[in-house]
Design a protein around this ligand. Structure first.
Ligand code: CTP
Length: 452
């Protein structure tokens, strides 16, 4: 009996898949089909898979060609499967020609001609028309965003708006997109908005984008007052639009894996969380010179507060800010201490003091630790009382990581799935509330709260 194996995502099952399976089956007597998990697809950069794993398996079974379906979870699994299932022939479509030649040491490798003019990517793009992104602001992060958006199918960066004509046009030229210094014109040319303008302008831009019927992805911190966050989320809901806060850590696969371990009792009940993120900035940088909206906490607070809000929630009993200030009075180093009924947490961030960036989650049975840059989570360890017992976990983190949030934002818009659980409305509102509390304590006597 000849045993054949093939692998694929089989998203939005189409004729190409059917014909591939039909011919794979015809190569032998028994066909095993490996279907990729969502997590595996994410790690290899395939971010917009629409069908769930169960649906994709069901479709493969329904084709009638598979005698057995297995799950493909990791890179490198194929060799083991071939040995385990006593495979004679490995086969995939011709788009992979050459890639799997290394399997020839274990079995015969056959590349079947790919069916022309059909692919899941094509169907995904047809089902949900390409969303034209418009960027508000043209600073550093906007540059990163354009580069990252190119890795997400279903979006196209169309244009950039900046009231300063020069900035808009030089950014547009650099990225070969359209530049606008007129808001109305900008809105007419795009479907969704990414806001990367100075913090204090977020509220106004979000509101105007929603008024113009645009979905919004806004850089963190979205707004600096809880009331504003609540108002904007309600308005978005009323207009049936997506409002999404872009904290990249919240959407990256490694951070999710870590939260999953922490949340499922691996280290017992969590009692202490410590987070730290420092990034030395030049003293003449915007972050260290903007007397109202600069400083370490406004800049990095969203990151350091995120694990605490995700694991301990919003129900803290007490919050305290301790800061070290620079000459101009701005916080160059901030420590936030929170007290919860069953635990304590500290979040530390700095722009003018360097420290060890670490995420530490301590529980009644052990602790989880992720070193810097834990905010781009790709590795963490679980430790127990017995110091020799250490579990190590890793996950890929691709590029600058913005592709994950762009992809989740898009999925929400297209209604494929609700990604809200990764950063809920309540969590975003709480973050704005914490920013507000900080501003109240730290910026007394400054322009705040004149912001409108
Ligand atoms: N396949 C094929 N002909 C097509 C599309 C896919 O023969 N027109 C084959 C692939 O070569 C692979 C299998 O079907 O062996 C599963 O491919 P998968 O990656 O799931 O499908 P694609 O349509 O290529 O998906 P995507 O566009 O997301 O890459």
């Amino acid at each position: 009996m000849k045993r054949v194996i093939t692998y694929g995502t089989f998203d939005l099952f189409h004729e190409g898949h059917y014909r591939l399976l039909e011919r794979a089956k015809a190569l032998g007597d028994y066909l095993i089909v490996g279907v990729t998990t969502e997590a595996y697809d994410k790690t290899r950069g395939k971010l917009n898979v629409v069908d769930s794993l169960m649906v994709r398996i069901e479709n493969v079974k329904r084709s009638g060609f598979a005698d057995e379906v297995i799950i493909e979870e990791t890179f490198g699994q194929k060799i083991n499967d071939i040995k385990k299932y006593h495979i004679d022939i490995f086969t995939v479509g011709s788009d992979w020609t050459g890639t799997f030649d290394y399997l020839k040491d274990y079995c015969q490798v056959v590349y079947l001609e790919r069916t022309k003019n059909i692919s899941s990517t094509m169907l995904r793009e047809q089902n949900s028309r390409i969303q034209r992104i418009g960027i508000v602001g043209s600073g550093r992060i906007a540059n990163r965003f354009v580069a990252e958006a190119r890795h997400v199918s279903g979006v196209n960066t169309q244009g950039v708006y900046n009231p300063r004509r020069e900035s808009a046009f030089s950014f547009a030229k650099k990225w070969q997109i359209d530049g606008y210094d007129e808001l109305e014109e900008f809105y007419n040319a795009i479907d969704i908005v990414y806001i990367a303008s100075p913090h204090e302008t977020h509220y106004g831009y979000i509101k105007s984008a929603l008024e113009h019927g645009k979905h919004v992805l806004c850089e963190k911190p979205m707004v600096l007052r809880q009331e504003q966050a609540e108002e904007l989320f309600s308005y978005a809901k009323e207009k049936k639009l997506v409002l999404f806060e872009g904290i990249k850590t919240a959407y990256c696969p490694g951070f999710h894996k870590l939260l999953g371990f922490a949340g499922s009792g691996t280290v017992g009940s969590i009692r202490n969380i410590e987070t730290c993120f420092t990034k030395l900035e030049r003293t003449d940088s915007r972050e260290l010179t903007d007397r109202v909206y600069g400083g370490s906490f406004i800049e990095l607070g969203s990151y350091v507060m995120l694990p605490i809000l995700k694991l301990f929630g919003r129900g803290f009993e007490d919050i305290r800010f301790d800061t070290i200030r620079g000459k101009n009075g701005l916080d160059i180093f901030t420590k936030v201490s929170l007290k919860y009924p069953m635990g304590i947490a500290t979040a530390t961030c700095g722009l003018g003091v360097k420290s060890e960036g670490r995420l530490l989650i301590a529980g009644t049975r052990g602790y989880i630790v992720a070193e810097a840059p834990w905010w781009k989570t790709s590795y963490f360890e679980v430790h127990y009382e017995n110091a020799e017992e250490v579990e190590k976990y890793s996950e890929r983190f691709l590029g600058d990581g913005l592709r994950y949030e762009i992809s989740d934002f898009l999925s929400m818009i297209n209604g494929n799935r609700s990604s809200e659980f990764k950063l809920t409305r309540g969590e975003s509102e709480a973050l704005a509330g914490i920013m507000e509390a900080f501003m109240r304590v730290e910026r007394r006597g400054s322009v705040y709260p004149a912001e409108k």
